[in-house]
Design a protein around this ligand. Structure first.
Ligand code: PMP
Length: 413
């Protein structure tokens, strides 16, 4: 790094700031054009009677509409009678699962989780809102490194075998947030079969991106719920999913799937908090998606809007940072995020510089428990919301910030 290069990097950054951009890459929100693709739902349902002749305007039906559960059963790998359709948010269901386990007794538990100090394993990088739920309820978090095949299973197996206070693990098994990682069959098998010191251990299987392929390849993962049952751990798995990133992010339908015992336990709690979900919204989804093939067709249309955005990010990062040694990034085959890795100790500085230039990014560290990325090198890029021209400007600006921070670091060191 020469003095000239540092000078040039500063000039580029000053020019970027002078552009007065105002761009937001913080959250994985669907773009208005994506939402428009589901506008057909706004005309639905136009009726209020289910296939079984039930008046869906009324109270009841806590399990959710069977015809909608049937559409999502294959995608989420849960038998229809073990899959519930609920309100609009799967995060809400994950939050509730934790609360119910803290204050009630999950099948297989000797006591409530609230009665002792407990820990969750958190594969990193991971989803900040998972970590926020743990933090909110005083659940300790133990980071586990991600590998290209999912969490490092040597670490997971060692920890869960040794400590009965480790009660759970967060997993986003397909196109994970933020790395885009797909769990290998071996990882899923080891999760299903591992010995846990806690008899009430639970895998929070957040399959948020089950059908969110960016290419024509419909990546499949092994069936954790079935494997766990096959190997004598039927109650180990809580499956979560939703149509938030399929139809409307704020008005989708969330799903909970598990063993018959866990489903009975779940309903024993949810029946105290609700007399039934919004079944008209569920019917709206049935009318709009029609069946599993309709879901597939809709996802292809969404992919056609999203794929070019991922390509834009990859193209600009390659052009502006390729071969510099300053960054590496993921090229996921699905999901909503790209992870940008910068040299150790640089992520916070890059995010701060970007903010200074009007480019909002998820805070550095958010992908780690307690917001603490010990290497300070992980940045999550959420490319779905902006349209390609703004996205180009934002990623190019981000690259400028990476170059400046890299140059300053080299000059200092
Ligand atoms: N899980 C993951 C992994 C996510 O990335 C998101 C959305 N960013 C959610 C859950 C939230 O889902 P919902 O809208 O169903 O609450």
């Amino acid at each position: 790094m020469t003095v000239d290069e540092l000078h040039r990097a500063r000039q580029e950054y000053d020019a970027l700031v002078a552009r007065g951009l105002k761009l937001d890459l913080t959250r994985g929100k669907p773009s208005p054009r994506q939402l428009d693709l589901a506008n057909g739902m706004l005309e639905q349902p136009g009726e209020h009677v289910s296939a079984a002749g039930v008046d869906l305007r009324n109270y009841g039906g806590l399990e959710g509409l069977p015809e909608l559960r049937a559409i999502f059963a294959d995608a989420l790998q849960v038998p229809v009678d073990q899959l519930l359709a609920a309100g609009n948010s799967s995060l809400e269901l994950m939050h509730d699962a934790i609360v119910f386990a803290l204050l009630g007794v999950v099948p297989g538990a000797e006591r409530r989780w609230a009665d002792s100090e407990i820990t969750f394993l958190c594969p990193v990088p991971g989803y900040d809102r998972h970590f926020a739920v743990c933090e909110r309820f005083g659940i300790k978090m133990a980071p586990v490194p991600m590998t290209p095949d999912g969490p490092d299973m040597d670490v997971v197996e060692r920890l869960v075998a040794a400590d009965p206070q480790i009660k759970g693990i967060w997993c986003v098994p397909k196109y994970s947030n933020p790395d885009g990682t797909v769990y290998s069959d071996e990882t899923v098998h080891r999760l299903a079969t591992m010995e846990t010191a806690a008899p009430d251990f639970r895998i929070f299987w957040d399959n948020a991106y089950a059908v969110h392929h960016l290419t024509d390849t419909e990546t499949a993962i092994a069936d954790l719920l079935a494997l766990a049952a096959e190997h004598g751990h039927p109650d180990r798995v809580f499956v979560f999913g939703s149509s938030s990133k399929i139809t409307f992010a704020g008005s989708g339908v969330a799903f909970f799937g598990s063993s018959p015992a866990n489903i009975a336990w779940w309903l024993s709690h949810t029946s105290k908090r609700s007399i039934g979900p919004d079944k008209l919204n569920q019917l709206r989804h049935v009318r709009f998606l029609r069946d599993a093939d309709g879901l597939r067709t809709h996802m292809r249309k969404l992919a056609d809007l999203i794929r070019p955005k991922f390509e834009v990010v990859d193209k600009i990062l390659t052009a502006e940072l390729g071969g510099t040694g300053l960054a590496s990034w993921t090229s996921p085959a699905g999901g909503y995020f790209i992870t940008l890795r910068v040299p150790p100790g640089c992520a916070r500085a890059v995010v701060a510089k970007a903010r200074g230039a009007g480019i909002a990014l998820t805070p550095a560290g958010a992908s780690h428990p307690y917001g603490d990325d010990p290497d300070d090198r992980t940045i999550r890029i959420a490319p779905t919301y902006p349209e390609p021209p703004e996205l180009e400007a934002a990623i190019s600006g981000l690259a400028t910030c990476v170059r400046l921070v890299g140059a300053e670091k080299q000059a200092a060191g």
